[in-house]
Design a protein around this ligand. Structure first.
Ligand SMILES: *[C@@H]1O[C@H](CO)[C@@H](O)[C@H](O)[C@H]1NC(C)=O
Ligand SMILES: *[C@@H]1O[C@H](CO)[C@@H](O)[C@H](O)[C@H]1NC(C)=O
Length: 206
């Protein structure tokens, strides 16, 4: 990757320091249209930050005309706030309770999104240390330890918001999603649908 930023006499190791230039170059050279997610409002930096990894040709898969699933390299960690379509920040508090807040500075809305498998992420509250989880019954909760309930399939929907569905559990063959109601209350997975904006979130870089 360094070769892109090696200019007149610049040593390879210095490319790390030239990260800004690097991001620019990647933006210009990005080889796959499918890895270049046009920016949704407020996520310009998000795309730029992620592109160096996404330059690997296997990093994104087109699954529909517009919707795309992520194919992050395992271990990829991003610190984000999840901002819902209804303008709530998803929070996981110190007791493991999941709900929404309008307060962008809420202590518990900072999340770590880590890729644990192809297209599958784990989402952990940075200040609570609870993982976002969906139980077999579809309850949205914070789990102390990482387990099957915490495996979430991350996908970009047509409106460029992301959805997070349980990778493990389904209800009558239908996916169950992370969702916050119009009042910021956690939704039962059985009531959630991919097309419903209650399940739509923008990951905002912290
Ligand atoms: C892309 O990622 C895959 C899977 O991790 C890896 O095997 C492959 O070598 C990578 N390709 C490049 C060009 O880095
Ligand atoms: C979320 O939960 C916290 C703590 O129980 C509560 O203070 C807050 O009002 C809740 N937010 C909403 C939108 O219900």
């Amino acid at each position: 990757m360094c070769r892109w930023t090696v200019t007149k006499g610049a040593a390879a190791w210095s490319c790390i320091r030239l990260s800004l230039l690097f991001a620019l170059v990647v933006l210009l050279l990005c080889p796959l249209p499918s890895t270049c997610r046009p920016n949704a409002p407020g996520v310009a930096a998000f795309s730029a930050l992620r592109l160096p990894r996404a330059a690997n040709a296997s990093s994104a898969t087109v699954v529909g005309r517009h919707a795309r699933s992520y194919n992050h390299l395992q271990g990829d960690v991003r610190r984000r706030k999840l901002f819902s379509y209804q303008k709530f920040f998803l929070r996981i508090d110190k007791n493991g309770k999941v709900n929404g807040t309008k307060n962008k500075d809420d202590l518990y809305n900072v999340l770590e999104i880590k890729s644990v498998d192809v297209g599958i992420v784990a989402i952990k509250g940075v200040n609570s240390n609870y993982y976002l989880a969906i139980s077999k019954k579809g309850e949205l909760y914070g789990a102390r330890d990482f387990g099957v309930d915490c495996r979430l399939t991350e996908r970009i929907e047509e409106n460029r918001y992301n959805t997070y569905a349980s990778a493990e559990w389904r209800n009558k063959k239908k996916a169950m999603f992370v969702g916050l109601s119009a009042n910021g209350k956690p939704m039962r997975g059985k009531k959630t649908r991919r097309k419903n904006t209650a399940t739509h979130f923008l990951p905002i870089p912290v």
